[in-house]
Write a protein that binds this ligand. Structure first.
Ligand code: SF4
Ligand code: SF4
Length: 255
């Protein structure tokens, strides 16, 4: 018994006491910050280096919905204009907030005024989610799985993934929505009772990501679904997902 106690003390806490207050290491690549330093004349290095065409010039803007956090733009820029910070809170409910512009240094946040009141009233203390992998590489699923482990433990807030859409309050979509997964997305959405939320997780779900030019995608359904929550990343860190969902459910406190 004493050996067991010694091992318990030695290991300490194996969970994060408060996932909303974690400071990730400096080398974590989260929210990008674009400085206002002038670019070299006609320089297009970052635009050309970006594999997902996430960067536009004049003014320099980075679309976080397309970014796969490969860091090519950070490394190639001679002026060090684009730097990825260790800020992991990047969930929002407005696409425009994912457009990071020069000089922007605030966190990305939920806009409380457009959060449907029934989401907070009915789902605020218990949220069951059904995940549909719509052509994903499985990276997003691995991190979403981790969000429920003993370390991140989103279950403490009543947030859990469930097997049946009939038992779910919301649909989580990963992947770029390939043609072959369209029926799964639609049927799952229709099977979830009202009020239901839709969460897009990862660059693929948000924009098509690396696959946005593919003729095999059927992304028109995104407009029909009217997503309630957008979680950027490739894949998003479990803390990015947990904080985004909590911010949505706690939007009332910020109204
Ligand atoms: S980090 Fe994002 S914006 Fe930069 S090159 Fe990679 S995908 Fe493009
Ligand atoms: S966003 Fe990245 S990790 Fe997620 S499914 Fe797409 S490629 Fe994979």
């Amino acid at each position: 018994m004493f050996d067991g106690l010694k091992a318990f003390i030695h290991h300490g806490n194996r969970y994060i006491p408060d996932p909303t207050k974690v400071k990730l290491p400096e080398n974590f690549s989260g929210l990008p910050v674009i400085s206002t330093n002038p670019c070299k004349q006609d320089c297009q290095l970052c635009v050309q280096a970006c594999p997902t065409k996430a960067i536009r010039k004049s003014p320099l803007t980075l679309s976080l919905d397309s970014c796969i956090f490969c860091l090519e733009c950070q490394e190639i820029c001679p002026e060090h204009k684009i730097q990825f910070s260790n800020e992991y809170k990047m969930g929002t409910n407005i696409y425009e907030r994912l457009q990071i512009k020069e000089g922007y240094s605030n966190s990305i946040s939920i806009e409380p005024s457009i959060v449907r009141s029934e989401i907070i009233r009915i789902l605020g203390r218990s949220l069951k989610l059904r995940l549909v992998s719509a052509g994903s590489c499985n990276g997003c699923e691995l991190e979403l799985n981790a969000a429920g482990n003993v370390n991140f433990d989103m279950g403490r807030y009543g947030i859990e993934f469930v097997a049946s859409p009939r038992h779910a309050d919301g649909l989580v979509i990963t992947g770029p929505i390939a043609e072959n997964s369209l029926a799964s997305v639609r049927l799952t959405y229709e099977a979830i009772p009202e009020p239901k939320i839709v969460v897009l997780v990862g660059a693929c779900a948000l924009s098509g990501g690396l696959f946005k030019q593919s003729p095999a995608l059927r992304r028109e359904i995104i407009n029909e679904l009217k997503p309630d929550l957008l979680v950027p990343g490739c894949p998003p860190h479990p803390l990015t997902f947990i904080n985004a969902v909590l911010d949505l459910l706690r939007a009332k406190e910020n109204k």
